[in-house]
Design a protein around this ligand. Structure first.
Ligand SMILES: O=P(O)(O)OC[C@H]1O[C@H](O[C@H]2O[C@H](CO)[C@@H](O)[C@H](O)[C@H]2O)[C@H](O)[C@@H](O)[C@@H]1O
Ligand SMILES: O=c1ccn([C@@H]2O[C@H](COP(=O)(O)OP(=O)(O)O)[C@@H](O)[C@H]2O)c(=O)[nH]1
Length: 455
């Protein structure tokens, strides 16, 4: 079997605990097969970055590089998170494009190629991840790298008219034709990519999943919905009941039920709309007053980007307003926590919650939705309220599916979830859990790598 080389902006080093689905999923995938993980070290420097840092942990080797402070600003905060992130989440109104910033993004991709190329062997399988590194495969090919290269996009791909609004979209997205396989989270993302290649990318769709790029190079494309380590999360959640943090939470809630939301503090997650929907639930369902406490965990994310800082202020105001108008001396309806909670503790929190609320306006997959289901007690599972705009909704069709813009609909779904009889909860949970057992993180990795091998 060839060596697997995973390349991503964010590398989950052995002691890393920060929230984020990509890091958690890739850690699980690499642990199983072993290999090399290459990416940004998490550090910025004032002068020319030195050689890559290496580290070994069991069967996984890490090679990470520092970035110049200014390069990192342009590549990560700038083009990745002020330009591409809003564009790929259908938010053309928030896209901030600047030629100099795009040049910084390309410079960092070129640096990745320069530092990675000498570490590669001819029979390696290289698997590049996400929107931070779209040009990388083409830059590696320019350096004579001939091994198999796959690319996986963790975020959605919007309609081709939106993609085409980005200056330089042709150069950027046609670089993906240097790959042997390009993977997306859902069939819809794949279809939109094929539309883009046909309509704006000067390519041809020879058959579904087989594309000819503008330079005549053929490559495969497919949908590979990412997943979780289902069995591990189920057993971790069962064991977590004895963790002090989980016990304390349960004690502090009793005898009330809990609804939980867990999201990086990101505007794509629909948090302001969710807070408004919860407020609507409190006013539309007075019979349930005081029965449900909503815990929102929202670790701060990308705090150097204005849109994220503004969101934080907006949510603080909104949380204060909800509690100001609805709290009782012995009950706070909304608990809003901006800290990162370790993953193992989180699984115990999920299990303690009768309702899981996942209402992004757009989300590539949303692993929290899958984790919430996997963490439930089979004898008394909770109910998932899930946005139709999360990739996960394509698979978890036994959740209460809602449109996050429809505040009354979300409010009513929370009320139904909180009062759903146990037999109906078990029935819905079973169907979703069966799917997650069959389609776990190992299956995702296997399916993608088999398709890459065959490409
Ligand atoms: O690395 P950060 O800037 O802190 O952001 C965290 C990650 O956010 C995004 O995650 C996506 O990947 C998940 C796993 O496939 C998926 O479930 C989720 O819907 C996506 O939003 C981003 O794409 C990653 O690159 C970041 O590491
Ligand atoms: O305090 C937190 C909040 C989130 N997460 C994890 O971060 C990931 C978030 O992934 P998701 O796909 O839902 O969204 P992303 O943040 O990648 O957009 C999930 O595995 C969560 O369990 C965590 O470990 N601690």
């Amino acid at each position: 079997m060839s060596r697997l080389v995973v390349v991503s902006n964010r590398v989950a080093l052995p002691d890393e605990t920060r929230a984020g689905g990509l890091a958690i999923a890739l850690r699980a995938a690499l642990k199983e097969r072993g290999g090399l993980w290459f990416g940004w070290s998490g550090r910025t420097v004032k002068d020319v970055p030195g050689p890559v840092h290496t580290l070994a942990d069991g069967n996984v080797q890490y090679a990470t590089l520092d970035l110049l402070r200014e390069d990192h600003e342009q590549y990560y905060n700038g083009f990745s998170n002020r330009t591409l992130w809003p564009l790929l989440h259908f938010r053309l109104d928030m896209v901030d494009y600047d030629r100099a910033i795009y040049a910084g993004y390309r410079r960092v991709n070129a640096l990745f190629a320069e530092r990675l190329a000498p570490l590669l062997r001819d029979d390696d399988t290289v698997w590049i991840h996400d929107y931070h590194l779209i040009p990388l495969a083409a830059l590696l090919r320019e350096r004579g790298i001939g091994c198999r290269i796959g690319f996986f996009l963790h975020v959605p791909l919007p309609s081709s008219d939106l993609v085409a609004a980005l200056p330089e979209h042709g150069r950027l997205f046609s670089a993906l034709s240097a790959c042997d396989l390009v993977g997306f989270q859902t069939q819809r993302d794949l279809e939109r990519f094929q539309d883009y290649m046909r309509l704006f990318g000067h390519g041809r769709v020879l058959e579904p999943g087989l594309i000819e790029g503008p330079g005549g190079r053929r490559f495969r494309a497919g949908a590979f919905p990412i997943s979780i380590d289902t069995a591990h999360i189920a057993s971790q959640a069962a064991a977590a009941v004895n963790k002090p943090a989980v016990r304390d939470l349960r004690t502090s809630l009793a005898p009330r039920q809990m609804a939980i939301g867990v999201d990086r503090l990101d505007y794509s997650k629909g948090l302001p709309e969710r807070f408004s929907a919860f407020k609507r639930y409190l006013t539309r369902h007075p019979d349930q007053r005081g029965r449900l406490t909503y815990l929102q965990i929202a670790p701060v994310s990308r705090g150097d980007v204005d849109a994220y800082r503004n969101l934080r202020h907006e949510l603080e105001r909104s949380a204060g307003h909800i509690n100001g108008s609805h709290a009782e001396p012995d009950w706070t309806p909304l608990r809003y926590v901006n800290r990162n909670v370790p993953h193992a503790t989180l699984t115990g929190f999920y299990r303690a919650a009768r309702v899981g609320i996942v209402t992004p306006l757009r989300d590539g997959m949303n692993l929290v939705a899958k984790e919430y289901v996997a963490a439930q007690d089979p004898a008394d599972p909770g109910v998932l309220v899930l946005s139709i705009f999360a990739g996960a909704a394509r698979e978890l069709d036994q959740a209460l599916l809602i449109n996050p813009y429809d505040l009354d609909g979300v409010a009513d779904a929370i009320a139904s979830a909180a009062t759903m009889p146990r037999d109906r909860r078990i029935e819905r949970w079973h169907a979703m859990m069966e799917h997650l057992r069959a389609h776990d993180i190992a299956a995702w990795r296997r399916d993608f790598l088999q398709a890459l091998d065959a490409a």
